[in-house]
Design a protein around this ligand. Structure first.
Ligand SMILES: Nc1ncnc2c1ncn2[C@@H]1O[C@H](COP(=O)(O)OP(=O)(O)O)[C@@H](O)[C@H]1O
Ligand SMILES: O=P(O)(O)OC[C@H]1O[C@](O)(COP(=O)(O)O)[C@@H](O)[C@@H]1O
Ligand SMILES: [Mg+2]
Length: 340
């Protein structure tokens, strides 16, 4: 991991890059638009051309390119989703698909690409960069916050706040009825949203794919803690939990404890939408500028990251190959406050 220039901004000298393509890929995340805006405007400020590539790698293969002027990215800073659209593109996983994509970039004279996405998108960029001479730089954007080498990914803060708002509301009705709610949050292989959402909402149990021990805590909670029918409780379940998601776990709990009043709530895609919170807008803006700065300093195959709130460069190789680990201290915080 290397640190970028201490003064954030554009510090390039004489790069030959003239036209930069910008795309969003994988699951959308609130703040992607802020990154598009920053990358577009800093490219133009550097005297280069900015081009949007629509629908992620699918648009690269199909040659769906949109020249971007500064005014094209006006009024998008506060919008969720992505103005460039996104996709999960099977064809890009094949050498043939990537060859076609490379030909389209050459034909449009796009000589560098900024990829705003998650681990899958960076894996694709890394594979393609080994097959052709076009430099790629990544900006991490996923509500899962599961990238190695960065403390933060765009969209996570907004999604976490959406989870907290939803669970607070569910708690009102859980308390009124004396019910136990199993609430499923997103994160197919990542438990950070469930863990921090659970801590922020005072959940009684948090089940995440990174810690099997929490299933014992669920059994203790169901057996000891909730004999009293007046009591309510929240069990947060990360969708990727290996026991099978909230539905499966709740059904099992109900079978084992027929006296409990159990309900299930799957928060779903509501967690991915909405206007980005201030932190996501600010960091997306910083990362958008840092990505252009990196390309114009002849960097390639790196992801822009944040380490203790400082911009860093992380090689794609590391970012996609290493696992993002969960801070077990956070689980201890949760267990301590729940008397486990
Ligand atoms: N091993 C791979 N080789 C080539 N392209 C890939 C690879 N993994 C992912 N991609 C591309 O990146 C896209 C986004 O990846 P995905 O995992 O869906 O989302 P995210 O980038 O948010 O993790 C995929 O649809 C595919 O086009
Ligand atoms: O919207 P889809 O394609 O069903 O994907 C759902 C998945 O996307 C996410 O919201 C984000 O994942 P990625 O950032 O890796 O795309 C996961 O939390 C969730 O499991
Ligand atoms: Mg991913």
């Amino acid at each position: 991991m290397t640190r970028n220039n201490d003064n954030e901004g554009l510090s390039f000298t004489s790069s030959r890059i003239k036209k930069i393509g910008i795309l969003t890929s994988g699951g959308d995340a609130p703040g992607m638009n802020a990154a598009i805006r920053a990358a577009t405007r800093s490219t133009i400020a550097a005297g280069r051309e900015a081009v949007g590539i629509l629908r992620g790698y699918q648009g690269m293969i199909d040659g769906e390119f949109l020249p971007l002027q500064s005014s094209d990215v006006s009024g998008i800073l506060q919008l969720g989703g992505t103005m460039l659209k996104t996709a999960r593109c099977k064809a890009f996983r094949t050498p043939e698909g990537r060859r076609k994509a490379g030909e389209q970039l050459k034909a449009a004279a796009i000589d560098a690409v900024i990829v705003i996405g998650g681990d899958g998108s960076f894996t694709g960029a890394w594979v393609m960069s080994q097959e052709c001479d076009i430099p790629f730089v990544g900006i991490p954007a996923t509500i899962d916050n599961d990238m190695y080498g960065t403390d933060y990914t765009i969209g996570y803060e907004t999604a976490l706040n959406s989870v907290v708002c939803a669970v607070d509301k569910i708690k009102d009705t859980a308390r009124s009825h004396g019910r136990i709610f199993f609430i499923e949050v997103m994160g197919h292989e990542a438990g950070l949203l469930a863990l921090n959402g659970g801590i922020a909402c005072g959940a009684e149990v948090i089940l995440i794919p990174e810690s099997k021990a929490q299933h014992d805590e669920l059994q203790k909670f169901l057996e000891k803690g909730y004999r009293d029918k007046e009591s309510s409780g929240i069990v947060m379940v990360a969708e990727g939990d290996e026991a099978g998601g909230a539905l499966h776990i709740a059904e099992q709990a109900q079978r084992d404890h027929p006296d409990l009043d159990v309900r299930i709530s799957i928060l779903g895609h509501i967690q991915r939408g909405g206007s980005p919170v201030a932190r996501d807008r600010i960091n997306a803006t910083r990362m958008g500028i840092a990505a252009v700065d990196a390309l114009l300093n002849d960097q390639k195959s790196i992801m822009i990251g944040l380490d203790n709130d400082r911009i860093v460069h992380v090689t794609f190789n590391k970012a996609v190959k290493m696992n993002h680990s969960i801070d077990t201290g956070l689980l201890e915080v949760h267990n301590l406050l729940n008397g486990m």
